[in-house]
Design a protein around this ligand. Sequence first.
Ligand code: GUN
Ligand code: ZN
Length: 434
Amino acid sequence: MTRHAYRAALLHMLEDPTRAPAAEACAYHADGLLVVEDGHVAASGAYAELAPTLGSDVAVSELPGRLITPGFVDAHVHYPQVDVMAAWGTQLLDWLTTHTFPAEQAFADRAHADAAADFFLDQLLANGTTSALAFCTVHRASAEALFEAALKRNMRLIGGKVLMDRNAPAGLTDTVETGRADTEALIRAWRGRGRLGYAVTPRFAVTSTDAQLAMAGELAAAHPDVLVHTHMSENADEIARVGELFPDARDYLDVYDSFGLVGPRSVFAHCVHADDGALRRMAAAGASAAFCPSSNLLLGSGLFSLKQACACGVNTALGTDVGGGGSFSLLHMMGEAYKVGQLRGDNLDPLQAFYLGTLAGARALRIDHKVGNLAPGKEADFLVLDLAATPLLARRTAQAKTLAEVLFVLAVLADDRVVERTYLMGELAHARSG
Ligand code: GUN
Ligand code: ZN
């Protein structure tokens, strides 16, 4: 048995703050203690209460001025799109053709995929993201590269080979049969290894035939422990195209629904233009939405209404959508989500934003029994945040009067320098240089 304790301010969410009183939703200790034993949280709470329970043999790391939080969860990201971040001048459909498909073609080369996977996962950890739901490319080896790199780091990561059998360049398409065979082989080889999970990943309704979406639905039904991960209702031209391709569907969600792809293990990225009816059907099915504010702003997709999604009962999490999104940081996504809210007349509460980036993400990915907060028994994926990482942060956080204010300062002003250390199952996985 190895035990280690960390003393700092400590924050994690126990519930959705819009659905529970603040005292029940949020656990915050200005002088807190996190006790880790064999990779799991043994205890978390007030230092004054927990310190007397520690044996004299337990080492305590004293971390003044630091904030311990759970690792962040990125509910929608593309590992092969690092090199298309910050592409200027296009919206979704042109962006895919001009920038993204060419970049994804390079993943036919396994060495390229291996190097990209290493870079990508190191970026996640440097930004405090310990779990993610990630698109790969259509190439089976692209998923193998990501899984191998995540297994090596012991990350709780869910990925999937993209399914795409039309409206994409040669070299980036599979077929119903190769898509099925590759997906089944990947599920067999990787699902449940270490902390890995699999998501059946049709890119979006535009790039799969009816037959391929039906096959994806069959795979999801045959493997009740895998997720379904796709895009929905992101961009006006995309939605019009889906209307042309599926004239009998009542709306975009209905396309997926008619092929058995809408259920409690489904994560739909964007949902910017989904109406109340679609959002309510998602909620009734237990499906989740990944709100990707940075991407939605950069690609000019539109302003997601978090308020509407919550009112309709949809579990909503945050995604960076790298490379549509412009940062790997979930803290930055919290700030971007606030700005989207501002443009819609809604003020996103900082604690709600923090929930979206942690426990809500874990819930969307169906890993909340393992991660998402620092409750006893959870896997000890946690961060040590340095509230004085830069002169500006030091100055601004020192003046903050409430926890919400500290969080909001981080959401607006922080970058990866604030993440001093990232731990995976109690092991140091990233330490900031300097
Ligand atoms: N819709 C279909 N593919 C993509 C993609 O790669 N990124 C985003 N943002 N939307 C998509
Ligand atoms: Zn995406």
